[in-house]
Design a protein around this ligand. Structure first.
Ligand code: IMP
Ligand code: MG
Length: 183
């Protein structure tokens, strides 16, 4: 495992994104919609960095499971708690890979008639995109490697790490020795 983005660098960038969002919504109360489970660290830090009134809600989309390859047919497995018609909505996602998840979610939410819909993604694996997705707020562009930490998991492990790390090819392969955290 190799650390790619240190905790302090994540914090600094998330604060910048929060300030930018606060500036962009001077007179409405945006609704942040976190995409569970990977968004948890990002959305928690982002909301503290948005110094204007806003609300949060969550959706969950069927995920990769224990595999590190992409699930091509996302499914909504937990819906929003509230109506978004007429609201300014910001989808908050940990990482955009193929783009299938956000392409699906964006269409599903747009069908409900929000006033606006933007997307905030902490990480953008830009080389992997298969579906175009407009990203309005991006933390970092990242290489095509399997990343863990700060909410991102590998088979439900490593979400708690305060930094973003990349697994080696051997660590990300199935049926190999479990990866080790960096101390
Ligand atoms: P996409 O639909 O291929 O864009 O995949 C997006 C989802 O896959 C993200 O919400 C993540 O939960 C997960 N994902 C993609 N790449 C990684 C990674 O490198 N580490 C952990 N999760 C990932
Ligand atoms: Mg995710």
């Amino acid at each position: 495992m190799e650390v790619l983005i240190a905790s302090a660098d994540i914090h600094r960038r998330v604060c910048e994104l929060g300030s930018q969002i606060a500036r962009d919504y001077p007179s409405s109360r945006p609704l942040l919609v976190g995409v569970l489970n990977g968004c948890i660290c990002f959305v928690a830090d982002l909301m503290k960095a948005i110094a204007i009134p806003h609300e949060i809600d969550f959706v969950s989309v069927s995920s990769y499971g224990a595999s590190s390859t992409s699930n091509r047919e996302p499914r909504l497995i937990k819906d929003l708690e509230r109506e978004i018609a007429g609201r300014d909505v910001i989808l908050v996602e940990d990482i955009v890979d193929s783009g299938h998840t956000l392409h699906f979610l964006r269409a599903a939410l747009l069908a409900r008639g929000p006033r606006s819909l933007r997307i905030a993604a902490l990480l953008d694996k830009v080389d992997r995109r298969e579906r175009p997705v407009p990203l309005d707020y991006v933390g970092f562009q990242v290489p095509d490697r399997f990343l863990v930490g700060y909410g991102l998991d590998f088979a439900e492990r490593f979400r708690h790490l305060p930094y973003i790390a990349a697994l080696t090819a051997a660590e990300a392969a199935p049926d190999t020795a479990a990866p080790q955290e960096v101390a």
